[in-house]
Write a protein that binds this ligand. Structure first.
Ligand code: PLP
Length: 329
């Protein structure tokens, strides 16, 4: 059986105490208890009916990155405050979010101007420097672009008020990462460098950095095998895989730390794989994982720092989107 345990981590427990499901971005509106007027609807790809629902509930702050999304907002959330997400390259991030979201600053300028013309309040700019961002200086680049956009809007007579710094703060996987202070000082010095003493309001949306370190997936070894008699490399098959909570092992991007009952003993190279019949369900082949030679079927392998983007990805309803219905006809 593989299960996700959330350890007694103050940051997470304080969220859970408030009824929040604090995994990555998967905070469920209905259960938060947070006042709707304090929420930001941060997705840039929304159905118009969902915008209308959120607006009816009292949400007044929405993200967008395209003209069509802006039209939906104007129709379903008239008068709402809107912020435009700009593209970032995701350099320095182990899990970049570089192509799917955001638009070029030049387009953002035009869209924010257009927002004012169609009954919305152009309110700010957002970005995401990429998830598991290991370089705090990436915020300097993003904040510099944002400040230029503020200036361009100001020249057109619009005063923006909000910078949404996104997420990106890292969990501690196999590689060491800078501590949170390094991020906050890089961000605040970038803000003062680019905005002087006219600082706008700031929002940040930590996901992984908030809850990643708090989770442990308890998995079990299903099989240890070799592909040839003289193979040095063992294949270790766990009962947790790419389809069971570990999709971020795609391209071996997120490399979890592992704990076994035989830690401290002699180790050898392994390929680590999930249990399903799919060829892509291999977790790590190139990343140089070694596990104890004593590891055997039935042993528990703990996958550490697995509190973010695991259970939500494995669950039905990721991001609140319902699963496929099946009809037999
Ligand atoms: C808009 C937005 N903000 C914040 C986050 C959280 O990012 P992270 O887990 O890197 O902190 C995400 C994650 O996808 C996101 O899409």
């Amino acid at each position: 059986m593989n299960v996700l345990l959330i350890e007694d981590d103050d940051r997470v427990i304080s969220f859970l105490d408030r009824g929040l499901r604090a995994e990555g971005f998967g905070v469920t509106l209905a259960t938060t208890g947070a006042a709707a007027e304090r929420l930001s609807y941060g997705g840039t790809i929304k159905k118009q009916a969902d915008i209308a629902y959120a607006h009816d509930q009292g949400v007044t702050l929405f993200a967008f990155d395209s003209a069509t999304e802006l039209e939906k907002l104007a129709a379903a959330a008239p008068g709402a405050r809107v912020f435009c997400r700009i593209l970032m390259e995701g350099d320095g991030a182990d899990w970049p979010l570089s192509r799917k979201f955001g638009c070029e600053p030049e387009m953002a300028r035009d869209l924010l101007l257009q927002a004012g013309d169609i009954g919305l309040e152009p309110y700010g700019v957002s970005f995401h420097v990429g998830s598991q961002q290991t370089d705090p200086e990436q915020w300097d680049i993003a904040i510099g672009r944002t400040a230029m956009l503020f200036t361009a809007l100001n020249e057109a007579g619009i005063e923006l008020r909000l910078v949404n710094l996104g997420g990106g703060f890292p969990a501690r996987y196999r590689k060491d990462v800078p501590d949170l202070d390094a991020y906050s000082s890089a961000i605040m010095s970038a803000m003062t460098r680019h905005f002087g003493n006219r600082l706008p309001a700031l929002i940040c949306e930590p996901g992984r950095g908030l809850v990643g370190d708090a989770g442990v997936i308890q998995s079990e070894v299903v099989l240890v095998s070799r592909k040839a008699y003289d193979d040095e490399v063992r294949w270790v098959y766990l009962d947790a895989g790419k389809f069971g909570g570990l999709p971020e092992t795609m391209d071996e991007a997120i490399q979890y730390r592992l704990r076994t009952p035989h830690d401290g003993g002699p180790t050898g190279p392994v390929v680590l794989a999930g249990p399903t019949c799919d060829e892509v369900d291999v977790l790590y082949e190139q990343a140089g994982y070694e596990l104890p030679l004593d590891l055997a079927v039935g042993d528990k392998v703990e996958i550490l720092a697995a509190g973010a983007y695991t259970a939500t990805y494995a669950s039905i309803g990721f991001n609140g989107i319902p699963p496929l219905k099946e009809y037999y006809i």
